[in-house]
Write a protein that binds this ligand. Structure first.
Ligand SMILES: Nc1nc2c(c(=O)[nH]1)N[C@H]1C(S)=C(S)[C@@H](COP(=O)(O)O)O[C@H]1N2
Ligand SMILES: [Mo]
Length: 178
């Protein structure tokens, strides 16, 4: 009787607990791809070796937290993304698509993330208040300081894709003839 109970409990555990544990540890790196010169696969240890940046941001309840990680601008420099003086003309139609493990996706235009345009620094965080992010949020989270809602501060980031928003190569309106 007791043996049967133990077998039953183990079966229930395997069905419910193990798949959810696997889900929480699924993400182990962030890929940087698309319009980049060098495709990157950043692991937790890669991020720890890069230049670290700290920012503060309020959560949905208005509580301020400190986050530590790597500035997207520094990740872009390593991957060879058009930044700084190169971010002009047609490159201003490029954008970053952030993809998360749960299918959540958000975008930033590259100009929103560039120090030639803004002093705001958006990071890929791996620590909150000095501790690793919880499995439901981490291991990697985008943190966008200074927005009214933290809706773009995406959890469980899986990939950063640089996209070309360009749809028209020629002017849409013809110049008048003189
Ligand atoms: N991957 C992922 N990230 C996400 C979301 C989500 O559904 N999936 N929700 C967003 C929204 S709408 C909010 S308000 C914030 C909540 O973050 P907080 O827990 O720090 O307040 O997470 C954002 N990040
Ligand atoms: Mo939200």
């Amino acid at each position: 009787m007791i043996r049967k109970l133990i077998v039953l409990l183990l079966t229930v555990y395997c069905f419910f607990a193990l798949p959810s544990m696997a889900q929480s540890s699924k993400v182990s790196s962030v890929t940087v791809e698309g319009k980049v010169l060098h495709r990157l696969k950043l692991s937790a240890s890669n991020l720890l070796k890069m230049r670290r940046t700290d920012v503060s941001s309020k959560d949905k309840q208005g509580v301020l937290h400190s986050y530590s990680g790597v500035a997207l601008a520094d990740i872009f420099d390593s991957a060879g993304v058009t930044t700084g003086p190169q971010l002009r003309g047609i490159n201003l139609s490029k954008y970053l698509l952030v993809k998360c493990a749960d299918g959540y996706q958000i975008v930033f235009s590259l100009a929103e993330l560039d120090s030639a345009f803004t002093d705001r620094v958006v990071i890929l965080a791996d620590l909150m208040d000095g501790k690793p992010l919880s499995p439901a949020v981490g291991p990697f989270r985008i943190v966008v300081p200074g927005e009214k809602k933290p809706a773009r501060s995406s959890f469980q980031v899986v990939s950063l894709v640089i996209c070309d928003g360009r749809q028209y190569e020629k002017p849409l309106v013809k110049k008048p003839k003189h």
